[in-house]
Design a protein around this ligand. Structure first.
Ligand SMILES: Nc1ncnc2c1ncn2[C@@H]1O[C@H](COP(=O)(O)OP(=O)(O)O)[C@@H](O)[C@H]1O
Ligand SMILES: [Mg+2]
Length: 391
C-alpha cells in the first residue's frame, strides 16, 4: 500500500527515548560536584570510594550516575589512571549470581551463563581488573531489590576488593528510591556508606522541569512545533510527582499523537491524551517482569484488597487459591507462596510489612503501593488470558 504521510514534529526522536543519556543535566550540577568530591581520591590516589544516591523516581539518579562515570573517566585518565564503569539494574538482575554475571559480561560478552560458582566469578572479575589495569565503578541501581533478596554480602565483597594490594580497585555507587535502603547493609558495609557519602536527589520543581523539557525540545523537535504554553502544561502535570522521566515521556507521547494526525504541532489535547496513556503502559512494563505464578498471586491480592487498605497473608493465600481454580492452575504449596510474596515485595509491586501491635501475634500485612487494585486486576486478567490462548 502507499502510506498516508505528512509532517513529523520530531527531528530526532531518539533524544526523547528513555535511554538517551544527556550531555548536560540541568539542576544536577550540585549532585555531580558532590560525587566528584567523594570520588576524587579514586582519580588522584587510586583509592576506592563509595556513594549512595537516593531520591524518588525520575529525579535523575540513574542518569546522573552514568553521566558522572563518563565524565569522571576523563578526569581519571588525565591523572594517568584507567577507569571503567558498569551499570547493573538490580530489578532485572536479581541475586548475587546474576549481578556478577552481568558485570563479567561487560568484560567478556561470551562469559558462560552457567557453570561458574560465585567465588569463581569473583575470582574471574579480579583477574579481569588486574589484566586491564582499570579501576571499576559498579553502579548498583535499585539496590534495595538486591539487598532484600540476597542480603549485603556482595556489597561487602566489593567494598573489600583489591584490598590485599593496599588499594581498592572497585568503587560502588548504590542507588535507591529510599534512604532507608542503607539500613539493609551489614555494619561493616554500612561504615563505608556514611552520611557523608549520601547524595540526595530531591524532586524537581515545576520550573526545573520546564528547563529540562526545554533542553529536550531543542534536541528532539523541529522548531515551531511546540508552544511555550505546552512546555508549561507538561511541566505542570509532571510536577505533581517531580518526575523528569514522566515529563519526557509525556513529551514523546504527545509528539507521537500529533504525528498521527500529521498536525505538524503539538496541541494541549495531545498532552492530555499522552497523560491518559502513560499510567497504563507503565504498569504493563512492570507486569512484564513477573512470571505466571507471580501474576496469579498478585491477581488474588488485587481482587481481595479492592475496598481495603491492607489484607493479611492468610487472606492473600485464600484469594490466590480461588484464582488458581478459576484459571485451572496448580496451586503451589505454602512455602512457595511465601517466596512469591517476597519476590513481589522485592519488585515493589506489593508492600509486605510485619504488623505492629493490636493484631493477634505477628502477622504480615500486605498493601498495594500506589497502583489502583482494579487497574492491576484488569491488566493481569488480560495478560493471563492472552497467554492461554497462545498456548
Ligand atoms: N536534570 C536532568 N536533565 C535532563 N534530563 C534529566 C534530568 N534528570 C532526569 N532526566 C531524564 O529523566 C529520565 C529519568 O531519569 P533517571 O536518571 O532515569 O531517574 P531515576 O533513576 O531517578 O528514576 C531520563 O530520561 C533522564 O535522562
Ligand atoms: Mg533509575
Amino acid at each position: 500500500m502507499s502510506f498516508r504521510t505528512g509532517p513529523s514534529v520530531f527531528k530526532d526522536r531518539a533524544k526523547v527515548s528513555f535511554d538517551y543519556l544527556p550531555e548536560k543535566l540541568p539542576h544536577r550540577e550540585g549532585q555531580l560536584q558532590r560525587m566528584f568530591s567523594i570520588f576524587r581520591p579514586v582519580g588522584d590516589s587510586g583509592l576506592a570510594a563509595n556513594a549512595f544516591l537516593y531520591g524518588s523516581v525520575g529525579t535523575g539518579k540513574t542518569h546522573t550516575a552514568k553521566r558522572f562515570c563518563e565524565d569522571f573517566r576523563v578526569y581519571a585518565n588525565k591523572q594517568g589512571r584507567g577507569l571503567d564503569h558498569v551499570h547493573v539494574n538490580c530489578r532485572q538482575k536479581m541475586g548475587d549470581d546474576a549481578v556478577l554475571l552481568h558485570i563479567l559480561k561487560h568484560f567478556d560478552a561470551r562469559f558462560p551463563d552457567r557453570g561458574f560458582s560465585i567465588p569463581e566469578k569473583i575470582d574471574s572479575l579480579r583477574k579481569w581488573l588486574e589484566k586491564q589495569q582499570v579501576h571499576l565503578v559498579i553502579i548498583l541501581d535499585e539496590v534495595d531489590v538486591l539487598l532484600k533478596k540476597s542480603g549485603s554480602e556482595l556489597v561487602y565483597t566489593f567494598s573489600r576488593f583489591g584490598e590485599e594490594m593496599g588499594k581498592g580497585n572497585v568503587s560502588m555507587i548504590l542507588i535507591s528510591q529510599r534512604w532507608e535502603a542503607i539500613d539493609r547493609l551489614d555494619a561493616a558495609s554500612m561504615s563505608t556508606f556514611r552520611r557523608t557519602n549520601a547524595v540526595e536527589f530531591p524532586k524537581y520543581s515545576k520550573e526545573e522541569l520546564e528547563d529540562i523539557l526545554r533542553t529536550r525540545v531543542d534536541l528532539a523537535l523541529h522548531p515551531g512545533t511546540l508552544d511555550r504554553d505546552i512546555v508549561d502544561l507538561i511541566a505542570d502535570v509532571a510536577s505533581e510527582y517531580g518526575d523528569a522521566r514522566y515529563a519526557i515521556d509525556l513529551l514523546e507521547r504527545a509528539g507521537a499523537l500529533a504525528d498521527e494526525e500529521f498536525a505538524g504541532e503539538i496541541t494541549p489535547e495531545n498532552v492530555r491524551g499522552a497523560k491518559a496513556s502513560v499510567t497504563q503502559s507503565d504498569l504493563h512494563e512492570r507486569l512484564a517482569e513477573t512470571d505466571r505464578p507471580q501474576k496469579l498471586v498478585l491477581l488474588g491480592i488485587a481482587r481481595r484488597i479492592r475496598r481495603k487498605t491492607y489484607i493479611t497473608t492468610g487472606e492473600a493465600e485464600d484469594a490466590y487459591g480461588l484464582v488458581c481454580e478459576e484459571f485451572r492452575e496448580k496451586r503451589r504449596a505454602h512455602t512457595q507462596f511465601w517466596k512469591y510474596l517476597q519476590d513481589l515485595d522485592a519488585m515493589g509491586l506489593i508492600d509486605a510489612k510485619k504488623s505492629g501491635e493490636g493484631v493477634v501475634g505477628k502477622t504480615t500485612m500486605i498493601s498495594l503501593p500506589g497502583i489502583p487494585a482494579k487497574l492491576l486486576s484488569d491488566n493481569i486478567e488480560a495478560m493471563l488470558k492472552r497467554r492461554r490462548s497462545i498456548q
